[in-house]
Design a protein around this ligand. Structure first.
Ligand SMILES: [Cu+2]
Length: 482
């Protein structure tokens, strides 16, 4: 819901003589207009949120509305939301001063959609349903859009053209793409994702793993004191970690309890995507079955468009298929990196909004995170003892940021990436039995593991050595004791 903040206005569309430049006068006019809007009974979405002061607050459509004499007439239009992420019609003509009343009909059989025009937002209309919304008095041309994260970026917009004036370009809000949400001083994560892995139980032969993944859209903490409405598999900050061996079969029942279409794509199995990876509507389910034929730490993710949005909203996870000849270790952890793009500065579940898809396009994450939450392993550290062998399984879920996995003060004697050992402790085939490694380099959707022993007690930082990403939250510690 990045686009429905009260301060988010598109000012450059107007050809009706209303100034689109914000000023102190405009702000006063805006406040007056907001009062007018309230007195007309126009809903103001997001007006109960505790957004920080925004210089653009008010203004735009409301101010323009105040400048035009209401005609007392109403323009009524039916708009259909389609499965192609479009509105039909894509243009609504309104005489200046008329009230605009839209009946939004959702004919997309997979997704919920809404419609935002100016300060007014419909509810999220589910497949096959409709809603009639009064968008108030119209005085100048502007863009309407769907506020579901990513849908506007997919082209789900329409033009409201007032008195034949040129429709707006609907330029996206650049303030959102450059704004960085600050830390909350002294805040702690309520629930740290458990990164420790239990050893895989012994088995006589191939195993079938039956798992249900339920998609929910729920508020979660993504950094100490910062919340976001996440799109999840089973409600966690990332999806469950599945683990097995080559030859095992996985049967996943995907249940969509969300409000828009979702899907799933397991890299751990090779198959034709058409059926198992299809998008299912809210309330539907599918069964996705594959057999693991190759070892790896494989990504899975929602593959509904735009994938960048669904993946960074939380819909990703790892399937670990162990290589047969894995060396014994004393401890194992899993670290999955992803990115968080915040739509607002929410300090509680109640304030949480969905992500800001404009920031993804701009390549500007607010946080880069391990296992879905920034800096959580600074607070609750990975544990190890001197002389123990420790393995970190590492996956870069992206969607966009690479990972240079490094442990400050540590050296890897074994690294395995994308199905092969790069170096291995004591192995002569590497050309040198004394080789070491400082970084496991992973692009999005690549995975592997590292093994190391810690030489002495202390606190060893675990970082993405692309240092800006570590500073954005891809950072934790291993607490090593004697
Ligand atoms: Cu999804």
């Amino acid at each position: 819901m990045s686009e429905n903040k009260p301060g988010v206005m598109r000012g450059q569309q107007s050809n009706s003589g209303v100034s689109s430049v914000w000023s102190a006068g405009g702000l006063i006019a805006a406040v007056v207009a907001l009062l007018l809007a309230v007195s007309f009974g126009v809903a103001l979405p997001g007006s109960d949120s505790s957004l920080p002061a925004n210089p653009n607050f008010g203004g735009g459509p409301a101010a323009a509305g105040a400048a035009v004499e209401p005609t007392g007439e109403t323009t009524e239009v039916t708009v259909v939301a389609t499965a192609d992420m479009t509105y039909e019609p894509a243009v609504i003509d309104v005489p200046a001063g008329n009230e605009l009343v839209v009946t939004l009909v959702n004919e997309d059989d997979k997704n919920g959609h809404d419609l935002v025009i100016g300060d007014v937002q419909s509810s999220r209309v589910q497949p096959g349903q409709s809603e009639t919304i009064n968008f108030g008095t119209q005085s100048y041309s502007q863009e309407g859009y769907c506020s579901v994260a990513g849908h506007r970026q997919m082209g789900m917009t329409l033009d409201v053209v007032v008195d034949g004036s040129e429709a707006g370009t609907g330029g996206h809000d650049s303030h959102a793409a450059t704004q960085t949400i600050p830390d909350v001083d002294g805040a702690e994560i309520g629930e740290v994702y458990p990164a420790a892995l239990e050893p895989l139980p012994e088995s006589d032969g191939p195993v079938t793993h039956e798992v249900t993944f339920t998609v929910t859209e729920v508020p979660l903490e993504v950094a100490p004191g910062l919340w976001q409405t996440r799109w999840t598999f089973n409600g966690g900050s990332m999806g469950p970690v599945l683990r097995g061996r080559v030859g095992d079969t996985f049967e996943i029942t995907l249940v969509n309890d969300g409000t828009i279409g979702h899907s799933i794509d397991f890299h751990a199995g090779a198959l034709a995507p058409d059926e198992p990876m299809r998008t299912i509507a809210p309330g539907e389910e599918l069964v996705y079955r594959y057999t693991a034929t190759r070892s790896g730490i494989w990504m899975y993710h929602c593959s509904t468009a735009p994938m960048s949005t669904h993946i960074s909203a939380g819909m990703h996870g790892a399937v670990i298929i162990e290589p047969d000849d894995l060396d014994p270790v004393d401890r194992e952890y899993v670290v999955v990196q992803s990115e968080v793009y915040l739509a607002n500065e929410a300090h509680s579940a109640e304030e949480a909004e969905e992500l800001d898809a404009d920031k993804i396009v701009a390549g500007n994450p607010d946080r880069v995170v391990f296992n879905g939450v920034a800096n959580q392993y600074d607070q609750e550290r990975f544990e190890a003892r001197v002389g123990e062998r420790v393995r970190f399984w590492v996956l870069d879920a992206g969607p966009n940021v690479p990972l240079a996995f490094h442990i400050v003060g540590g050296q890897f004697d074994t690294t395995w990436s994308e199905g092969t050992y790069l170096i291995r402790q004591g192995a002569s085939w590497t050309g040198a039995t004394d080789g070491g490694s400082q970084v496991l380099s992973l692009l999005p959707a690549e995975g592997g593991f590292v093994e190391l022993e810690f030489p002495e007690a202390g606190n060893y930082a675990v970082v993405n050595h692309i240092m800006s990403e570590a500073e954005r939250g891809a950072h934790g510690f291993v607490h090593v004791t004697e």
